[in-house]
Design a protein around this ligand. Structure first.
Ligand code: PGA
Length: 253
């Protein structure tokens, strides 16, 4: 049984007071779900991580970073290492989010180095994969997802890959209000699980959690989660409202 995993990606939103306020509300409202079998994490901007870790300390909610750098230390101005994130209490790290791939220009090779560094440094990576609208329209979804998964996990043993969560996020569904239908999500999740089975083994493929992301809202979360291979949700916009985020977590349980 794969425990559902809901993560909130705050992106470059909130400020000092509102990040604390959001974390406090989520902590308060999550008391009711504390004993449920669900994994929950939030990924605030770097500068608010420490404050949010503090607020969520006595809750069951983990904290993740939205990005990291793969080198352990040195002359890499502006970058943040895995050990720094670990040091301040992070558990997870997003790797290869579509905005980092397509806006910032991260390559599959760089993302792979980040995934490896995260695992070796004791952070649990959430590897984001997914196709652009033009790629879906050209029937290239499977080709793109295969590339993202294979290159993102290159060089890692099955044992190390068991630390990874995959997030399938079709780029055309992110922040657009266009959600993949539960059936579309299920098809790609099933494809990814079979791919993992070929790359590693059936056991790993059955154990690894695959989240869906892209315009997840309280009113579509339950239907998405009803699909066999949808094990969780990566939530952007709706994770900025405590009520909506909690409603999504409840729908995932
Ligand atoms: P969205 O973002 O829920 O706002 O579409 C999801 C994501 O980018 O992770």
């Amino acid at each position: 049984m794969r425990e559902p995993f809901v993560a909130g990606n705050w992106k470059m939103n909130t400020d000092g007071p509102s990040s604390m306020d959001l974390a406090e509300r989520i902590a308060l409202e999550s008391v009711g779900i504390a004993n449920q079998s669900v994994t929950v994490a939030v990924c605030p901007p770097f500068v608010y991580l420490q404050a949010v870790v503090k607020v969520l300390k006595s809750s069951s909610i983990a904290v993740g970073a939205q990005n990291s750098y793969f080198e352990p230390k040195g002359a890499f101005t502006g970058e943040i290492s895995i050990s720094m994130l670990k040091d301040i209490g992070c558990t997870y790290c997003l790797c290869g989010h579509s905005e980092r791939r397509h806006v910032i220009g991260e390559t599959d090779g760089l993302i792979n180095q980040k995934v490896i560094a995260a695992i070796n440094g004791g952070l649990l990576p959430i590897l984001c994969v997914g196709e652009l609208l033009a790629e879906r329209e050209a029937s290239k979804t499977e080709e793109v997802v295969t590339r993202h998964v294979k290159k993102g996990l290159a060089g890692l043993s099955a044992e190390k890959v068991s630390a990874v969560t995959i997030a399938y996020e079709p780029v055309w569904a992110i922040g657009t209000g266009l959600t993949a239908t539960p059936q579309q999500a299920q098809e790609v999740h099933d494809f990814i699980r079979k791919l993992l089975g070929q790359m590693y083994d059936e056991k790993l493929a059955e154990e690894i959690r695959i989240q869906y992301g892209g315009s997840v809202k309280p009113d579509n979360a339950e239907e998405l989660m009803s699909k066999k291979d949808v094990d969780g949700l990566l939530v952007g916009g709706a994770s900025l409202k405590a009520d909506d985020f909690i409603a999504i977590i409840r729908a995932a349980i």
